[in-house]
Design a protein around this ligand. Structure first.
Ligand code: HGY
Ligand code: MN
Ligand code: MN
Length: 441
């Protein structure tokens, strides 16, 4: 069993400290580039500097803490996630992956591990996409999927621009996004779903991530008097919107497919108790692990909207906010995750991620994969989000093993310190094989 581990009490203390940062009336809402985000960023950058990492900030506010070890010319192994949250969030989504990554780097430093290449930690901007669309914005820009200027010009739900807000909070950095080309990327995250908890498994080796399709729908009818307008004469944007919500539920409830649809935001105008809504604006989040089926659902929805507009005598406009195809992660890193867990006596299962993550963007530019730990009752995007401390610790230790392995060169041992003490053994005490005999990375 590996004798090498992260400092779990430090990780948990930081998780709760960060989780207490940016709360308003007790609720944790750290939207991208908000004052609460600034407070969280300040805290994380401080911890990165205390660990001796070089802190770099790029033009879209992505934070990087770099351990400049090993060959300075070599691409770094990158650990990452995000610290922005949804509204009234839990403390683990994103923040756990960033803080566990920091605890991994500190553990490697404190154990005298000398990586063959730099190891870096990223906290990407606006992963949630609640204030600015698209989601995973910072990692998407880093991966070259969205131009910097377009990202900075993104208009928020509050009418601000991302660029203006990053400058206001002091996190419009100088580095050009994409300045750091990862050798490999690993993200540790809570599952945010029910599978691991239901199966009593401590870890998931995430091999795929489902496709995501976000749209904003605007329905325009005619405002009229709630009391005097006969039902047959109404051009009710609110009723038409409600029919979209029930269409999605009815269509998918009867399906065997894993497709999911969510209408998370809805606004009526003029939003008055005695006025038939003139306008309804709402969002649709559609997801499916299969690209063809996702396209089929998008087309079916578009057809339904055309039929609905005629039937309700309203006009309906649809604006695409985000569209990401399903992703297949790097099989060698997925195998390394399973191997590292097995070395620690931890059972795992292969999984598809239902949630979007920065890893899906990093997979565009380097080998990438994810490690999941259980979410109790599958609850997330909710202050009740929770993961057992033992699972948080196990996930971070497996991340440690995988990062150490990825930071090796082929002729190196898993733990150089081990090699210097006990000569040329082929296995370190940890049981992790040396690169030459071990994981096919
Ligand atoms: O929406 C998502 O799946 C992620 O939480 N950003
Ligand atoms: Mn997340
Ligand atoms: Mn999230």
């Amino acid at each position: 069993m590996p004798s090498f581990a992260i400092d779990a009490s430090r990780l948990l203390a930081r998780l709760h400290r960060l989780g207490d940062t940016g709360r308003t009336d007790g609720a944790l809402t750290r939207l991208a580039a908000s004052d609460a985000d600034r407070a969280g960023r300040d805290l994380v950058c401080g911890w990165m500097r205390e660990a001796g990492l070089g802190v770099e900030i790029d033009r879209v506010g992505n934070l990087f803490g770099i351990w400049h070890a090993g060959d300075p010319a070599a691409d770094p192994v990158l650990i990452g996630s995000h610290i922005d949250t949804v509204i009234n969030a839990g403390i683990y989504d994103g923040c756990y992956g960033v803080l566990a990554g920091l605890s991994v780097i500190e553990a490697l430093q404190e154990a005298g591990f000398t990586p063959a290449r730099p190891i870096a930690l990223a906290a990407f901007t606006n992963e949630e996409g609640v204030r600015y669309a698209p989601d995973m914005l910072g990692s998407l820009v880093h991966a070259g999927g969205l131009a910097v200027e377009a990202a900075l010009a993104a208009i928020g739900t509050d009418g601000t621009t991302l660029g203006g807000e990053l400058a206001r909070i002091g996190y419009a950095g100088p580095r050009t996004p994409g300045f750091l080309r990862p050798h490999a990327y690993v993200e540790l995250h809570i599952e945010q779903g029910p599978v691991l908890d239901a199966e009593r498994l401590p870890l998931g080796a995430v091999e795929t991530l489902q496709g995501i399709s976000w749209h904003r729908i605007t329905i325009d009818g005619i405002a009229n008097h709630a009391g005097t307008t006969p039902m047959a004469m109404r051009r009710d944007a609110g009723h038409a919107a409600a029919r979209v919500v029930t269409y999605l539920r009815d269509r998918l409830a009867g399906s065997n497919a894993p497709t999911v649809a969510t209408v998370g935001c809805m606004v009526f105008e003029p939003n008055a108790i005695n006025v038939i809504p003139a306008r309804a604006t709402f969002t649709i989040d559609l997801r499916d692990p299969d690209e063809t089926r996702l396209q089929t659902e998008e087309a079916a929805l578009a057809d339904f909207l055309v039929t609905l507009a005629a039937a309700e005598r309203v006009s309906i406009a649809s604006e695409r906010l985000a569209r990401f195809e399903p992703v297949i992660f790097d099989p060698a890193i997925v195998a390394a995750i399973e191997h590292a867990a097995a070395q620690r006596g931890l059972r795992t299962r292969r999984m598809t991620s239902g949630a979007g993550h920065d890893a899906q963007m990093m997979a565009r530019i380097c080998p990438a994969a994810m490690i999941f730990v259980p979410s109790i009752d599958g609850i997330s995007h909710n202050p009740r989000e929770h993961t057992a401390a033992s699972d948080l610790e196990a996930g971070a230790n497996v991340l440690l093993d995988v990062i150490a392995t990825l930071a090796l060169e082929p002729d190196d041992f898993w733990w150089n310190h081990q090699k210097s003490e006990s000569g040329d053994q082929t296995k370190s005490e940890s049981g992790m094989p040396s690169q030459s005999e071990g994981i096919p990375l």
